[in-house]
Design a protein around this ligand. Structure first.
Ligand code: 5GP
Ligand code: ZN
Length: 129
């Protein structure tokens, strides 16, 4: 099965590379939420958080911190939102972490909907029982 991000990692599809090492490939998102939006992609083809081993998870965290510092220095970001979709909401089925730079007045919003919160007591029972 052809995988878009595997093809980008191999260089068969062009991308704007930001960083690369033996475990991850990082490039700018083609449809950015904010300036500098990038994706950290493991070179190994895995799909969701269920597939990730601890060593790789720690490595990705280290890369997140390195790139946060880079964005602070180069783009003067004021915050960084980190998103990783699994299943519904995940368009590309190759694990990736979004680094979304935050700027004052950037209008980037996570959707919260208080109306759909049925009953917090019910929810905690469902989750923990
Ligand atoms: P997901 O919805 O799977 O979490 O995010 C997939 C992301 O990949 C989206 O933000 C989308 O803009 C980005 N994307 C999809 N196709 C390409 C591509 O060909 N090149 C690059 N650089 N980004 C892509
Ligand atoms: Zn892949």
């Amino acid at each position: 099965m052809d995988c878009l991000f595997c093809e980008i990692i191999k260089g068969n599809i062009p991308s704007k590379k930001v960083y690369e090492d033996d475990k991850v490939f990082v490039f700018l998102d083609i449809n950015p939420n904010t300036n500098g939006h990038m994706l950290i992609v493991p070179k190994k083809h895995i799909v969701t958080v269920d597939d990730i081993d601890n060593d790789l998870a720690i490595h990705i965290l280290e890369v997140e911190k390195k790139l946060k510092r880079l964005l602070e220095e180069k783009l003067n970001i004021e915050g960084l939102t980190i998103v990783q979709n699994n299943g519904l909401g995940q368009d590309v089925k190759h694990y990736h972490v979004h680094l979304i730079p935050r700027y004052k007045d950037d209008n980037w919003k996570t959707i919260y909907n208080k109306d759909i919160l049925k009953d917090i007591e019910e929810t905690i029972k469902e989750i923990t029982n």
